[in-house]
Design a protein around this ligand. Structure first.
Ligand SMILES: C[S@@+](CC[C@H](N)C(=O)[O-])C[C@H]1O[C@@H](n2cnc3c(N)ncnc32)[C@H](O)[C@@H]1O
Length: 390
């Protein structure tokens, strides 16, 4: 069998690959063919019905949820979205169980003479927003361990992200977000001397590896709540030849001393934390940055104010049905206000959309925009909040 990706990546048999392809194909078919029909149902049937009944145009997705969900076609759309994702998890879960012992040996082999480190904290209690449910219905979420030295969650996440995003975020490396962060730093903070980096909520290190490569020679620390993610991340980084120091910590209260870092990053972590945790994390970033240091947080794009009604509903779907309870709220959160409350000067905070790239690219004008002047949605971009500490 031809090896796919890096040395630690779970490998699919012919039949497992066919199953993954089937469900991802189903997803892409639905996006292309059913999403436009659901949008027409909303705009051409449901909205006019509401206008006729109330005399008012519905202003946001909350106002259309109940009438839209009363339509059989939309219920079909909802259940289909639910289905294919669960089936991909199931298919990948079975594949990992089949090869778990082999993978365990591969993970262990990468910890024999590592260049990076792994520090776990068995006493760390995951916050409620992590352990109360399975994120995006990933069985066991990021932290559950069912065996000694369990890395299953990391293996699941790596394989799922590769399947789900296919070639949209850098292929099997899934490093587009990391490259986007590196590009952002080069564009807006070209004089920043980067010797110490901290990546928060690193997961399996998809973005961390790209950030480490982008600032070669820097000391890179990466933290996450989930021990299984970190064990896998450590082996994966070693397999990919990057020196990264992973530790199990809560981004709200780390054990690093004040002013430890030149650059602090996070990538699609904040939408999985609560609103109050996000404030605490920004304050922790302020504490951990040295004067002149920079934080960069990259998030999933939808800003409520830039989305049409159907896209707002699509974002709500994540919260209502896909175990992303904070997604809808974060699309309304004023990141700049959170940064200022955490101690950053308003003049030093920058928010906007940045087109995703799969290799670092310095192109500030084309690649960063505060909003969408033409009212189109900014899907295909990431939303970034960055700030420099005085
Ligand atoms: C979607 S994943 C992040 C993916 C990764 N940053 C990337 O770009 O590929 C979110 C991660 O954030 C972690 N996380 C959430 N809240 C955290 C917290 N308070 N402290 C540390 N990690 C956290 C989760 O355990 C999970 O692994």
């Amino acid at each position: 069998m031809q090896h796919f990706g890096h040395a630690v990546m779970p490998q699919a048999t012919h039949d497992e690959q066919a199953m993954e392809d089937h469900f991802i194909g189903m997803r892409m078919w639905a996006v292309r063919n059913l999403d436009p029909l659901d949008k027409r149902l909303l705009n051409e049937v449901v909205v006019p019905e509401i206008e006729a009944r109330t005399g008012d145009r519905p202003r946001n997705s909350a106002a259309v949820r109940t009438p839209l969900e009363a339509h059989p076609f939309h219920r079909f759309w909802l259940s289909l979205n639910f289905q294919y994702q669960d089936r991909i998890w199931q298919s990948i879960g079975g594949s990992i169980d089949r090869q778990y012992d082999t993978l365990r040996d591969v993970v262990a082999a990468h910890d024999v003479t590592p260049s990076g480190t792994l520090t776990l904290d068995p006493d760390l209690n995951p916050p409620r927003y992590i352990d109360a449910f399975d994120h995006h219905r990933m069985p066991g979420s990021y932290h559950v361990e069912t065996a000694d030295d369990d890395f299953r969650a990391g293996a699941m996440y790596d394989r799922f992200a590769t399947t789900y995003l296919r070639n949209h975020n850098g292929g099997w490396r899934n490093d587009g977000r990391g490259h986007t962060i590196v590009s952002h730093v080069r564009d807006f903070y070209p004089d920043l001397a980067v010797e110490r980096i901290l990546d928060l909520g690193c997961s399996v290190g998809h973005s961390t590896v790209a950030i480490a490569a982008g600032f070669a020679g820097a000391d890179v620390q990466a933290i996450d709540i989930g021990a299984p993610m970190l064990r896998y991340a450590h082996a994966r980084a070693e397999a990919m030849g990057e020196t990264i120091h992973f530790s199990q910590q809560n981004a709200e209260a780390t054990d690093f001393p004040d002013a430890s870092f030149d650059l602090i990053t996070s990538s699609v972590m904040l939408h999985e934390t609560s609103a109050s945790a996000m404030r605490t994390i920004f304050a922790e970033c302020h504490r951990l940055l040295r004067p002149g240091g920079v934080m960069v947080h990259l998030e999933v794009p939808p800003r409520r104010e830039h989305l049409e009604l159907w896209e707002q509903m699509r974002c709500d779907f994540e919260s209502h049905y896909n175990n992303e309870p904070f997604m809808a709220a974060i699309s309304r959160t004023d990141f700049a206000e959170v940064a200022v409350r955490a101690g950053f000067d308003p003049a030093d905070v920058r928010v906007g959309y940045r087109k995703g790239v799969t290799e670092p690219r310095v192109d500030r004008e084309d690649f960063f925009t505060a909003g969408d002047p033409e009212g189109r949605t900014m899907l295909g971009s990431w939303y970034i909040c960055s700030a420099i500490k005085r």
